[in-house]
Design a protein around this ligand. Structure first.
Ligand SMILES: [Zn+2]
Ligand SMILES: [Zn+2]
Length: 260
């Protein structure tokens, strides 16, 4: 970067138009680090923005998008002591006020003033990005940069939900919706010992869930998920359910499917 004056980044212009543009290099300010990007995930929310009109994009129009980056620290700004050039890092995708009870507990996504890093001007889909150091964390050597992008949003979202459900080897967990978040729940839930049933309406997703180790898949377009789960559990229902599809029917089923 030292010889370059500009870096490339991906911007959205609205109505499914995306463009790679050049941005002037700038030094990290107080509390910021400059990251050389190695990998960046594409989130479901990025696809929503991609399909937005220019008006709907608002402050996200023509700025670098992306909130699931990982990379290597290139430079640190004044006041940053926990990172050094060369450190491998991943990024928590949401900034908060830094002083409410949620921010102090590390739950910036729950802060009433929360804003995504891209909307705040720190988009990750670029060769380089400035980032507030307090939203970055060290990526252990044994995890790849691609795994770092998974932790940044999808994996952390699921882990936070499952941390509240506390699945174990005693539990059967129904996961509604087998997109990236639901499939991540399959991986994490299985690693925590639960027996998992997966529900979706897309055959490819049901197949993928089988490959990742769900015990049973239920195609909700062919079978009533509640009846299917009851027949799998001798009419008892399950201990835990996680809804990731956003479907109101699935949200209701996720409650009705629980055992008393
Ligand atoms: Zn995301
Ligand atoms: Zn806050």
């Amino acid at each position: 970067m030292t010889n370059k004056q500009k870096y490339k980044g991906l911007v959205l212009l609205g109505d499914r138009h995306a463009e790679v543009r050049e941005f002037p290099y700038s030094e990290p300010k107080t509390g910021e680090i400059l990251i050389q990007m190695k990998a960046a995930g594409i989130c479901g929310s990025d696809l929503h923005f991609y399909r937005n009109t220019p008006e709907e994009l608002g402050i996200r129009r023509a700025v670098v998008i992306g909130h699931e980056p990982s990379g290597i620290v290139e430079k640190v700004g004044p006041g940053v002591s926990i990172f050094r050039p060369g450190d491998r890092i991943a990024v928590n995708h949401t900034l908060g006020c830094n002083h409410c009870e949620y921010c102090l507990a590390g739950e910036t996504a729950l802060c009433s003033e929360n804003v995504g890093i891209a909307a705040a001007g720190f988009g990750g889909d670029a060769e380089y990005a400035l980032m507030p150091a307090n939203t970055c964390f060290h990526l252990p050597q044994e995890l790849s940069f691609i795994e770092g992008t998974f932790i940044a949003c999808t994996g952390a979202t699921v882990y936070n939900a499952l941390r509240k459900l506390k699945p174990s080897g005693r539990d059967k967990l129904v996961v509604f919706g087998l997109g990236p978040v639901g499939l991540s729940a399959v991986l994490v839930g299985k690693a925590l010992g639960a027996t998992i049933f997966g529900v979706d309406v897309i055959p490819e997703r049901l197949e993928m869930a089988k490959m990742l180790g769900v015990s049973e898949v239920i195609n909700a377009s062919e079978t009533n998920p509640i009846e299917a789960v009851q027949s799998l559990t001798e009419g008892k229902g399950v201990e835990l359910a996680l809804e990731t599809s956003g479907s109101p029917v699935a949200q209701s089923d996720a409650v009705d499917i629980l055992r008393p």
